[in-house]
Design a protein around this ligand. Sequence first.
Ligand SMILES: NC(=O)CCC(=O)C(=O)O
Length: 257
Amino acid sequence: MRASLIQIAVDEDESVTSRRQRVASLVRDQAGADLVILPELWTTGAFAYEDFAREAEPLEGPTYEVMAKAASDAGVWLHAGSIPERDPEGPLYNTSLVFSPSGDLAAAYRKIHRFGFDKGEAVMMSAGRELVTVRLPGTTLGVATCYDLRFPELFRGLVDAGAETLVVPAGWPERRRSHWTLLAQARAVENQAFVLACGTAGTHARVPQAGHSIVVDPWGEVLAEAGAEEQVLTVDFDPGRVATTRELFPALKDRVL
Ligand SMILES: NC(=O)CCC(=O)C(=O)O
């Protein structure tokens, strides 16, 4: 299976509309991959809290339309990262969209753990409640978003629901980059699953982004890692390694709680 993680630079000198078109073109360039992954809140930037309400869109809004078409043009499964979604009843959610190669919406995931403690996303967005998995030919994706990476119980829930490839779009800041890498490897090792974690580059709201998107195998080895700048990280991996790792080192079977 070939995955391309598009580590988008989210800077304030580019409008949301231009970035949407530019990213659609990058997705189309990935024709031939099986799965393409974008980061969290790449239209606004994950730390541009003041822009969330202004740029919020309905689920089937402009980003949905452009990304559905990009997925079908490229013929790829597309985890289109997340958007600030405005629910018809008013609240905002940090919502990830997954499209099939025909451009149909396969899943939407509303981020469960919101970042910011008593400010920012934690007060501006509502919390999702449901775990989401997506069946692809050859593997089952479990989806989580950025700060979710700090909550192992969410990932265990995804594994219990059949996930073998854990996909984590993020807007992770440079100042906590060591946590990003460590947590991605920890989630892979403890769940004996692939972790494909796609971050942003650039600087928005005065927060330099870590980049360093990373792909980790079920043994915790790093298969590929990006640098700090905008980059497409392409990796070939064998989803069958999840079953063999779980069979040869059956730690998941020893769970007590
Ligand atoms: N957008 C986020 O969820 C940021 C998370 C973060 O900065 C951290 O967990 O550290």
